[in-house]
Design a binder for this molecule. Structure first.
Ligand SMILES: [Zn+2]
Length: 313
């Protein structure tokens, strides 16, 4: 088989995805949270019943999601667009993960309620994982299961390769910029070099103009708007691997870990709450293994190509 091109990496599987009603998604997310932590489920119920979420899909409203806290009122608000796709169910879980994080620090002194973005994305990705695992477990057809596994694997490719390439590019760019202006030809070269390294030279073509089209490189207040995502992705998978092996008693450890995110370094957090040393490989190897774990299932289900589409669903 030929090596895939840059654009093949994000090519859709073109399977029929299940459609969700908002109430159905709300019940599902709450139920999955409940299976891990009753406190997380309680927060989700408060959010739904208190109408904290503006999710209407209407003309002119963009896709995506956002969550912010109101520390004095001890509430959060979520602004998102729910169009009934599995991705929207994940966004709902993601934003509620942020809201849960806000809720576990809300009674702390204001100065330790602020945590870095890398740890904010840990709470949201963790909540997404809880819901995604539940959805995969309960998938009603091989197609639905394949689509859900594909979403997880695409996320792993994004965070570990695409976003890593952005980090490598930005690192190289800042180094050259110290010496003077960086030409377009040079930017293209640095971009392609970064992509080749991050994708381990596995693609047949790359995207040298990626630096021109990606908004994040132009957020001057947030240089390296890529590292926190990959870090949060991997750290949350490491935490999730722990949650899986420890079961429901991990819920209180998880809340205690989130509570300390504004007053400890991440190395201290991991040492205190997970007994893990983040300066060593072992934790990260476990996190990577968790991130690519859906691969076996995906390959098994697609070994003979895509199974035939079911009728009557
Ligand atoms: Zn987020």
């Amino acid at each position: 088989m030929d090596a895939p091109a840059w654009h093949d990496v994000s090519a859709p599987l073109a399977v029929h995805e299940r459609r969700w009603g908002f109430d159905e998604a709300a019940a599902f997310v709450t139920e999955q949270f409940e299976s891990f932590s009753p406190d997380m489920a309680r927060l989700a119920r408060r959010a739904f019943e208190g109408r904290w979420i503006e999710a209407e899909d209407r003309p002119g409203k963009r896709a995506g999601g956002f969550c912010t806290s109101f520390p004095i009122a001890r509430q959060s608000r979520i602004f998102m667009t729910f169009a009934g796709m599995p991705a929207n169910v994940e966004t709902l879980a993601h934003e509620l993960g942020h809201a849960f994080h806000h809720s576990v620090v809300e009674d702390l002194p204001p100065l330790v309620q602020h945590y870095p973005m890398s740890l904010a994305e840990t709470a949201s990705t963790f909540a997404e994982l809880v819901v995604s695992e539940g959805a995969i477990r309960q998938a009603e057809s091989p197609h639905e299961r394949i689509a859900l596994l594909d979403r997880r694997l695409s996320a792993a490719t994004d965070y570990l390769m695409n976003i890593r390439a952005r980090f490598l590019f930005e690192t190289a760019f800042y180094r050259e910029r110290e010496q003077g202006q960086v030409s377009v030809a040079r930017l293209n070269a640095l971009m392609e070099q970064a992509q080749k390294e991050a994708y381990r030279h596995a693609l047949s073509s790359y995207h040298p103009h990626f630096w021109a089209s990606k908004l994040h490189f132009y957020l001057t207040g947030h240089p390296f708007y890529n590292f926190p995502y990959t870090f949060g992705f991997l750290f949350s998978h490491g935490v999730y691997a722990r949650a899986r092996s420890e079961g429901s008693r991990f819920a209180s450890t998880y809340a205690a870990l989130l509570r300390d995110t504004g007053r400890m370094t991440v190395e201290e957090l991991a040492r205190r709450h997970l007994g893990a040393d983040l300066t060593r490989r072992a934790f990260w190897d476990e996190a990577c293994a968790a991130a690519v774990a859906p691969l076996d299932d995906f390959l098994r289900l697609t070994a003979d190509g895509m199974p035939p589409e079911e009728r009557g669903r």
